[in-house]
Design a protein around this ligand. Structure first.
Ligand SMILES: *Cc1c(COP(=O)(O)O)cnc(C)c1O
Length: 616
């Protein structure tokens, strides 16, 4: 493409592409010619030529950037680079570097490049009006040409040029008024960007090739530059290239600076941390079932019977009797027709949400929903509308707005960092009224809410939502995720959810353990009662209203202070972690107290006193 106005050159560019990109590229070049910083073009010439010969490939020159404060300093750098190039040649040329630079600066209106013979110390451009124009060159990345990418385009040209045997160096600065960066390129040092070689607004620019060969070779050299098709490989879009390790180092330093760095601590067992006996008030093992002797025993037996792994996805050969047994047990416990088991609650949310969203419509999601719900929404690619936390008026307004397409309303039952309970009756009403599926994440309510631990519906004494999701990793003390609902829903999900289809089934021994945990919850409701008493006791120590759940946040605010208080508590014998951004909003860092039915009265009162003492 060549574009001009009133005989003045405005823009020019060319590219070698596969034939199927010709149309797209022509459109981009047209946009560029009409919106160029040098002015809109009046005459635009787009020419398409077929290349029938073989196309050579050369790699892009390596790039370095020299930052300078002024054009004057920039030209000093150019001089330094040229003497470096000359030092690399077998015999040092006679030419005077100042003379080369002066020649370049006085290019005048020549559109192409000057060829300068460094042995004869003079210009040898055969056509001094036109100059030499490197063409027949393209890059192997499909970049856009609608806006000029000075860097990538110049690097492409310079990489072809540097590949010419008799050209030992090149200096270039753009004639675009808004582009002041120039470069020196050579096969010896690569492409050295110099950030300033002129002032903004200057139209002057030019390009000079340093020729080191015999007179007879000049024609061959120009033919190569102008007519030999070359594709340059590995041209980056931008010159800022960070190494892999630089990227990691920088990202880690940034996280450390903002006090959101996490060090993983080793918990030895349920009563000791970092080797020291500690009261752990952080686990989601609300009923102490992870170490319950009966749960452990059935699990060990199941390992003997079935081995340690399921060996495949549920749909291949991964379904074993323990999976089926747990699914019917959890469905019965939750009062639904059917259920399905996943490797984790995370896998359940990230798999089920996209499968439901693919039925059409939008997703309405509470702003404090768990990360696995947020990730499920992202994976779904459906439009996700976040409503204000627990704000049923906001939800209803939004649900109304999209009711012609419907979709999915999704909420935690118990919000994992605040411990409050979602308004299920109102959620059911809104979902029904406007035709949305309702999905409730019962990770923290299963085994906790309701007099028998059946969860949020029992807590409110109302019916179930369409989709109940939960985890075996919390009050059930084991691991795995589950979804409960109608037979039709589960049949659909079994055939649609990618995290179910394309992931190895959970170990059968885990399913057996979860089933046993469920049995214990059913046969020993006193565990739930004990948990409730512990919650009441702790809240009383703080004179706060009695929490409905065992998750009790003590808000500290500042990230650093929250970590300090948590560290001091550990020294005093209580492990209560600081929860910070990005798990919760910035400036709302907190101690997240999680109580268990197995904590003693002494431990609970001791922890409350220590928190009050250390958080002054
Ligand atoms: C823990 C949790 C999950 C994830 O369950 P895992 O089994 O641990 O993967 C999902 N949702 C909520 C609300 C959670 O708290």
């Amino acid at each position: 493409m060549r574009a001009s106005k009133d005989g003045e050159h405005i823009s020019g560019a060319e590219e070698i592409v596969e034939s199927d990109r010709v149309k797209e590229l022509s459109q981009q070049l047209l946009v560029r010619a009409l919106s160029h910083p040098n002015g809109a073009s009046a005459e635009i010439n787009i020419k398409v030529e077929e290349i029938k010969t073989k196309i050579d490939k050369v790699s892009a020159l390596p790039v370095t950037t020299l930052t300078v404060d002024s054009a004057e300093q920039g030209w000093l750098e150019v001089k330094r680079q040229l003497s470096n190039i000359f030092a690399k040649l077998e015999s040092r040329p006679a030419s005077n570097i100042d003379n080369i630079i002066a020649t370049l600066k006085n290019t005048g209106k020549m559109r192409g490049a000057i060829i300068y013979d460094i042995r004869q110390n003079k210009c040898i451009t055969p056509d001094p009006i036109r100059g030499v124009r490197v063409s027949c060159v393209g890059a192997d990345n499909a970049r856009s040409y609608a806006n000029k990418n000075h860097f990538a385009e110049a690097l492409t040209l310079a990489s072809k040029t540097a590949n010419a045997k008799v050209i030992v160096g090149e200096i270039c600065f753009s004639d675009d008024v808004d582009y002041v960066t120039g470069y020196v390129a050579s096969k010896y040092f690569g492409y050295v960007r110099i950030t300033k070689l002129k002032e903004v607004g200057e139209k002057r620019g030019g390009r000079i090739y340093l020729y080191d060969g015999s007179k007879d070779n000049i024609k061959k050299c120009i033919d190569y530059l102008e007519n030999t098709p070359v594709i340059v490989t590995g041209v980056p879009e931008s010159p800022i290239i960070e190494s892999k390790t630089d990227k990691l180092t920088k990202a880690i330093a940034q996280k450390k600076e903002t006090n959101i760095w996490r060090n993983i601590r080793v918990r030895n067992n349920s009563t000791s941390f970092d080797g020291v006996s500690t009261v752990i008030m952080a686990s989601n093992d609300y009923l102490g079932l992870s170490t319950h002797p009966q749960v452990v025993a059935v699990s060990a037996n199941a390992v003997k019977e079935y081995g340690v792994g399921a060996g495949a996805s549920r749909l291949v050969t991964g379904t074993l009797p323990p999976h089926i047994d747990f699914e019917s047990a959890i469905a019965k416990f939750k009062g639904t027709e059917s259920a399905m088991l996943f490797g984790s609650g995370y896998a359940a949310n990230t798999g089920v949400i996209p499968a439901i969203a693919s039925l059409g419509g939008v997703i309405l999601s509470d702003e404090l929903n768990h990360a696995s719900i947020i990730d499920g929404c992202k994976l779904s690619k459906a439009e996700t509308i976040v409503y204000c936390h627990d704000d049923m008026t906001d939800l209803e307004n939004k649900a109304k707005q999209y009711k012609w397409q419907g979709g999915l309303i999704v909420s935690d039952a118990v919000f994992s960092m605040d411990g409050d309970v979602a308004n299920l009756p109102k959620l059911l009403e809104i979902a029904d009224k406007y035709g949305y599926f309702l999905m409730i994440d019962e990770a923290h309510s299963t085994g906790v809410l309701g007099s028998t631990g059946r969860g949020i519906a029992e807590h409110y004494g109302c019916r179930n939502p369409d989709i109940i999701m939960g985890t075996c990793g919390k009050a059930l003390g084991t691991e795995g995720g589950f979804v409960c609902g109608s037979k039709e829903l589960i049949e659909y999900l079994t055939n649609s959810v990618r995290s179910f289809i394309f992931s190895t089934a959970i170990a059968p021994s885990q399913a057996v353990a979860a089933g046993k945990a469920l049995d214990i919850i059913k046969s020993q409701p006193e565990r739930i009662e004990r948990l409730k008493q512990n919650i009441a006791l702790f809240c009383k120590e703080f004179n706060m209203p009695i929490s409905q759940t065992p998750i009790i946040p003590i808000i500290i605010g500042d990230e650093k202070k929250a970590v300090e208080v948590s560290d001091k508590l550990l020294k005093a014998g209580y492990y209560i972690p600081a929860i910070r951004y990005p798990t919760v909003a910035k400036g709302t860092a907190r101690l997240r107290v999680a109580l268990s039915s197995e904590h003693t009265m002494e431990q609970i009162i001791g922890a409350a006193k220590a928190i009050k003492e250390l958080n002054k």
